[in-house]
Structure formats: C-alpha cells, structure tokens
Write a protein that binds this ligand. Structure first.
Ligand SMILES: NC(=O)c1ccc[n+]([C@@H]2O[C@H](COP(=O)([O-])OP(=O)(O)OC[C@H]3O[C@@H](n4cnc5c(N)ncnc54)[C@H](O)[C@@H]3O)[C@@H](O)[C@H]2O)c1
Length: 439
C-alpha cells in the first residue's frame, strides 16, 4: 500500500458555510439539511452521504462509504451565513423560491427564520435584471471587501466555528473577459481601491474569502475566482478554490452521453439543446449578457470531450446550439430538451432525444453539500489552489492554465476517488487487473 504524506486534521467543531446569494439553490440546501437532521428527508444525490469507494483488489471486497473513509464534517456541525440584496430571512426566501412545498418547510420554519442575510455587495451593472434594497455602501470596492471580511469574522466569533467555506450561489453576472486588472494581485488590489469596472461583486466576495483564509467555490459561470490575481492570493494564503457552474441538469446529461458516443466512435452532426425554466435564475439569464456567460460555460463541454482536432472525420463539423428560455409557469422545474444527430456505420444517420424534466435546485443541493464537505476536507489536508479533483461538480471546471479542463463525468469521478485514496495512502485504482491474467 502507498503511504500518503498527507496528514488530515480532524473535522472537529463547527463548520461555517458562507453563501453569497440566498435564492433557490441556497435555501434548498439549508432547508434540506435542517429537514435531514430531523429525519424528515434524505440527502439523495450526495456522493459524500451515499457514495462508496473501492479499496484494494476486487477480490478483497472492501468498499467503505466515502464518509467513513475520509473524515468529513457531520451535518449537525454545519452553520450557515449568507448575503443577499433582499432582506428576506431564509424561510421567506425559500417560500419565494417555491422549490420545497410550504407544508414541508413548516417543520423547519424556526431554524430558517433565524437566518437573515447580511447586506450584499451588489451592483446592477453586473446583473441587469435584478435590483434590491439590502446592499452595502462603501468608499470603494476595497472598503466593501473589508466589510465582507468583518461579516465573516463576526459570524465565526458568534458561532464559534473552527473552519469555514464559501460557495458563490449568487446570480450569474454579465460576461467578462480577462482584463489587465485580473492578472496580478497587485493590479487587483489597486483596482479594488480605484473601483475598476472589471472587478465584479463576486470577485470581491472571493477576495474577502481568500483573505480570511476561507476556501472558495463558485457555483455560477462567472470568472470570479478563476483569474490569475485571485489564484495568486489562494496560493499565497494556501487556500483551496474550485468552480465554475454547478453541473446539474442538461450539461450533466451531455457529459454522460458524449463520452459514450466517443467511446463507440459514433459521429456527430449536431446537438441542439433547449431549456425552459421560470425561476429567478431563469429571469436573470434572460438578459443576453448574463446568458452569454452561461452559454460559454455550456458550449465548451462537447469540444473538450469529443476532441475534434484528434478525430476530424467524426467530430470535425458538428453544430452545437444551447438556448435558455424564461417561462414563468415552469418555476424551478426546468425542462431540458436535447436533439442529438449522430451517424454510424456507412454514415447512416440516427437521432437521440432527451427530455429531462428536472428540478434545478433539487439537483444542485446535494452537489453543494458535497462541495462544502470536500472543500473543508481539502483545507484540512493542506491542499491549496485549484482543486481539479472537484471538477466532477462543475460545468466549466477550473484547471491550471497549461491544461485543458476534463469534462467526462466518469474520468472526473475517477479523479475524485483517486484523490481520496491518495489522501488516505491507499493504492490508486487503475482497473488494469493485470494480476488476474498473470495468475
Ligand atoms: N441547478 C441550478 O440551480 C444551478 C446550476 C448551475 C448554476 N447555478 C447557478 O447558481 C446561482 C444561483 O442559482 P439560483 O437558482 O439559486 O438563483 P436565484 O436567482 O434563485 O438566487 C440567486 C440569489 O442571489 C442573489 N444575489 C445576486 N447577486 C448577489 C450579490 N452580489 N450578493 C449577494 N446576493 C446576490 C439574488 O438576489 C438571489 O436571491 C446562479 O448563478 C445559477 O446560474 C444554478
């Protein structure tokens, strides 16, 4: 057995979970955890709660639960803090989101009502279809970052947390390209003081988080922490980061199906994806500049999986379209349609249709729980910078600038589990099975 050099600090004490954005996904996570703690629900969809991990050879029959294999925080140890530009407490916000029905929320009403968001760092220039009253004011963006750091410190003191993590669950910001101000920490800090327009609110949260030594994950497609300046800060402070954009509905299906097409060497003429959804996220994404950020995140997936540059004949000339339509009556219950035009032996065309009637936030909440627990594990294991092994959870996984992102769900899962094995000094599983043939 390989001996790991990694010492994992125990998961002792309270883990603070800081959420910028108290909307549909955040309230579904928080209410869900409270319901689960009372035995009124199950954490289905969560790898950390249900997943197992094989250790050693297949003949050894040793597959413990992941949560028994690595030390993770228990659900009872989680305490939540959040920011939003609406002052609604978590109960009212959950009612507004309409994901969990009122009769079920009643059981955790008191816990949710106690959770009130801090004022947000928000600017409508970056999310055009939103405006709200519960917003911080300050001398400049640097001052706003300092106010966020104060919130974090006060929260930690009040709840006696031993560790914290921050997960961006705010709205998708307008499309932003890498700017000079993002390139070094020095430029970035000058930019904060000079109110540089290319520094978005989500970047200010990420800066405050890293400065406070708190791991940061990004559930939306915004650049946020995926800029050299903040990666430099994450390295300096030895803090883990990950992102971007939770991989929940349609893209999850795409990263399951596309590897299968490629594995069987079936060609692709086109992939047409369309969604209808009626929640606040859908409304925000109706703005073309926020949609562009999302579109960019959703479109890149196929190219990386199919690698047209290596297989021109099968994947060199396909059309890929992604559309999102805001349709209010549908609420959080998104419907995704995919029409996939493929071709096989002797070029005969075939079609695959997917109609996924999903629930956006119900799919996102277990990912968020896993990310909270695994980011905390990463920090207790002294891992820092980009946590590529958490790509499993993201549509647009962050990776080092000299690498390409890995989108194939099954490779991502292998990376995740092999990282856990590495942390505990277990052999990596390669599925080689060579000893069987030799015997
Ligand atoms: N399955 C999913 O639901 C899913 C999947 C991938 C990504 N996401 C992303 O997660 C994010 C949250 O999704 P949601 O469905 O909860 O959306 P939502 O609109 O219900 O909630 C977002 C909340 O963030 C708040 N907000 C916006 N800017 C803020 C700021 N600067 N500071 C503090 N609060 C701010 C809004 O007021 C709102 O309450 C979105 O960016 C969405 O694109 C969601």
């Amino acid at each position: 057995m390989e001996q790991s050099q990694v010492t994992i600090a125990p998961a002792r004490g309270k883990l603070g979970v800081l959420l910028p954005g108290l909307g549909a996904v955040s309230t579904t996570l928080i209410a869900g955890i409270e319901l689960i703690k009372k035995g009124l629900g199950r954490p289905i969809g969560s790898l950390t709660q249900y997943g197992t991990i094989r250790l050693g050879k297949r003949t050894e029959n040793n597959s413990p639960l992941i949560k028994d294999f690595v030390p993770l925080a228990g659900l009872d140890e989680l305490v939540f803090g959040c920011w939003d530009l609406f002052a609604d407490n978590a109960y009212d916000a959950a009612m507004h989101a309409g994901v969990i029905e009122p009769s079920r929320l009643e059981a955790v009403r008191t816990e949710l009502q106690e959770l009130r968001p801090w004022k947000a760092v928000f600017d409508q220039n970056y999310v055009r279809r939103l405006s709200g009253p519960h917003v911080k004011t300050g001398k400049n963006k640097y001052d706003l970052a300092m106010q966020l750091m104060e919130d974090i410190e006060t929260f930690s003191g009040r709840h006696g947390t031993t560790r914290m993590v921050m997960l961006w669950c705010g709205s998708t910001e307008v499309f932003m390209e890498l700017d000079e101000v993002h390139k070094t920490l020095r430029n970035f800090e000058d930019g904060l003081k000079n109110d540089h327009p290319a520094i978005t609110p989500s970047m200010i949260y990420a800066y405050a988080s890293l400065m406070s030594g708190v791991p940061f994950g990004n559930g939306a497609p915004n650049l946020t922490v995926d800029i050299p300046a903040l990666l430099e800060l994450a390295d300096d402070r030895r803090v883990p980061v990950c992102g971007k954009d939770f991989k929940t509905g349609q893209t999850l299906m795409k990263t399951i199906l596309a590897p299968a097409l490629k594995a069987r060497q079936l060609g692709l003429h086109g992939w047409f994806s369309s969604n209808i959804l009626g929640n606040r996220d859908g409304d925000v994404l109706h703005d073309p500049s926020s949609f562009r950020t999302k579109e960019y995140s959703k479109l890149s997936v196929l190219e990386y999986i199919l690698q047209p540059e290596l297989n021109e004949e099968l994947y060199g000339d396909y059309e890929h379209q992604v559309h999102i339509h805001y349709y209010k009556p549908r609420g959080d219950n998104k419907e995704g349609w995919d029409n996939v035009d493929i071709f096989g032996w002797l070029d005969y065309p075939m079609q695959i249709k997917i109609n996924f009637l999903c629930r956006d936030s119900i799919l996102a909440a277990p990912l968020m729980l896993d990310l909270v627990l695994l980011m905390d594990l990463a920090q207790r294991s002294q891992l820092s910078g980009i946590q590529e092994w958490l790509s499993f959870y993201f549509k647009s996984p962050m990776c080092a600038s000299f690498l390409y992102p890995e989108h194939d769900l099954f490779i991502q899962l292998t990376k995740l589990k092999n990282t856990l094995r590495y942390l505990r000094g277990e052999d990596q599983i390669t599925h080689l099975g060579i000893e069987y043939y030799q015997s």
